[in-house]
Structures are given as C-alpha cells and as structure tokens.
Design a protein around this ligand. Sequence first.
Ligand code: CTP
Ligand code: MG
Length: 170
Amino acid sequence: MDFLALLLFLIPIYIANSSPVILGGGIAIDLGEKFFDKKRILGKGKTVRGFLAGVACGTVAGVLIAMIYPLEFFSSTASQMMGAFAVSLGTMAGDSFGSFLKRRFSIASGKPFIVDTVLFLAVALVFVYPFAEASLYTLENILFMFTLTVIMHPTANLVANKMGLKNVPW
Ligand code: CTP
Ligand code: MG
C-alpha cells in the first residue's frame, strides 16, 4: 500500500470538506425552504458560498498536487486534474446529502451524526470513478482511507474548535 499516494489523494477531499467552515456563509443552498416533512431541506449550515468554496479549494489543491506529484491512481496528469474536481464536487455533494439525511432524521444543524464522518468520502470515491484507475479501489486502500478519515474528522473538528474557527468541537 502506497501511504503517500493515498494521503495525497485524500488531501483535496479534506480541504474541500473543511474550507467551508472558514469561507462559508450567506445564502443557504435550500433557500430556507422546507421538505414534505416540514423540516428544512438541508438547513442553515449548507450555504452556496461554502459549497462553491469547497469545490474550488479542493480542486486547486488537487491540481497543484497533480502538477508536482503524479499519482498512480490516474493514467495521466489531465485525468488527475479532472479527478481533483470530481472528488471536490463529490465531497460537497456528499456533505449536502448528509445534511439532507440529518434533517430527515430530525437531527439539528450542527449536531454530530455518524454520516458526517464518512459519507463525503464515499461520494467523492464514486464521483472520481470515471477518472481513476481500478488500483484506487482495492480493499486495503478503501479500508485505509475510511479508517484515516474516521480518525481525522473528529480530530480536525476539535482543532478547528480550539482555534476558534468552529463553535462546537465536532
Ligand atoms: N458550511 C457552509 N456551506 C456548506 C458546508 C458548510 O457554509 N456547504 C459552513 C457552515 O458555516 C457550517 C460549517 O461550515 O456550519 C460546518 O459545516 P458542517 O459541519 O458540514 O455543517 P453543520 O453546521 O454541522 O450542519 P449539518 O448539521 O447540516 O451538517
Ligand atoms: Mg457539522
């Protein structure tokens, strides 16, 4: 297993997932609208600016990595760059879908829920599928990526809370 390659693959995903905490705000993606269950569709924590910032920051990070370090999971620099966009969009789509599920389960915005930890990674891996090589999707790679993310997610949130970037430590 190539740990460095896996870490470099994950960096754009983690950057996409965390940049909205700093850069988000403004108009909510769901425009304040409610779903059939009379609860918000996504909630106030999912903003248009946060979504776009996540996609942009993750893509920039992944494109820079592609320029200096070709990853074995992609057949060319071009596919690695398109992959950077795909994982970033997938991360933010997964993040929004997670909020959609949380609202359906009546979990308030900002409260922790198990899907927060891994759903964005799962959706990023699905979105990057058209651009990535099969070697990305080995069982050991997938186990490593999910295990690291399960450990990193609460750690990063705790650090962001201590730094005053996040109101809650999760
Ligand atoms: N954020 C944003 N836009 C997004 C995603 C996140 O502006 N598309 C910002 C919001 O300020 C949000 C913070 O990043 O409060 C933390 O993101 P996250 O933990 O994903 O959202 P929660 O506030 O916990 O809301 P939810 O319960 O819906 O996940
Ligand atoms: Mg949260």
